[in-house]
Design a protein around this ligand. Structure first.
Ligand SMILES: Cc1cc2nc3c(=O)[nH]c(=O)nc-3n(C[C@H](O)[C@H](O)[C@H](O)COP(=O)(O)O)c2cc1C
Length: 192
């Protein structure tokens, strides 16, 4: 069975909501989908000062923490990060930087990769974040999947991945589901 990992970083839940929609879309293809989060590096006592975090922390913590070495087990990996100053969060970058052993062994080569992000401003760096998230995946030799110019893209998302401005709207979730479904469909074809 084709196995897909959706791995995300989130503090106030927006990227987590996109991750759930990406997974939902992938499951429509009848593949095995696992959703995990990357390790958090901000101390809990600092996070606790953020009401947005307190509101979602129980759900966030219900997702298992991913181990970089497990990426090898999946046929496709979809990475989600909040935008931080126009790039992915340091927590997600740290996770990716821990995949050096897999890179040396070319273990992710030929697997499908895709990305999504949430930020706060309409033009606050979504596309810059998505494009720079793709670079390490290309370094691994992954096959990058984006979104073609379907009608849904006129209302949300990007060619380069799914997005949201703050809390995802239904249109954002729709594009996230499309991304998950497309990745799953391509991963299935590559495996057959
Ligand atoms: C340190 C920091 C940097 C950020 N940088 C940006 C930015 O460059 N552009 C933007 O639109 N939003 C920025 N944001 C806002 C977050 O990307 C946004 O709130 C996002 O939806 C949070 O995702 P989460 O709910 O999954 O944690 C930043 C937030 C923080 C804390």
């Amino acid at each position: 069975m084709t196995k897909i990992l959706v791995v995300f970083h989130s503090i106030t839940g927006n990227t987590m909501e996109l991750a759930k929609a990406v997974a939902e879309g992938a499951r429509e293809e009848g593949v095995d989908v696992v959703v995990k989060r990357v390790p958090e590096t901000i101390p809990e006592e600092i996070l606790e000062k953020n009401p947005g975090y307190r509101a979602v922390k129980d759900e966030l913590k219900s997702f298992e923490v991913a181990n970089p070495e497990e990426l090898e087990e999946y046929d496709a990996i979809i990475f989600g990060s909040p935008t931080r100053f126009g790039v992915m969060s340091s927590q997600m970058k740290q996770f990716i930087d821990m995949t050096g052993k897999l890179w040396m062994g070319r273990k992710l080569e030929g697997k499908v990769g895709a990305v999504f992000t949430s930020n706060e401003m309409p033009h606050g760096g979504k596309e810059a974040t998505l494009l720079t998230m793709i670079l390490p995946l290309l370094g691994h030799g992954m096959i990058i999947v984006g979104i073609p110019p379907v009608k849904e893209l006129y209302k949300a998302g990007s060619y380069y991945g799914a997005t949201s401005t703050g809390k995802p709207r239904e249109e954002d979730l729709e594009v996230a589901r499309l991304l998950g479904k497309r990745v799953a469909s391509i991963a299935k074809k590559l495996k057959s």
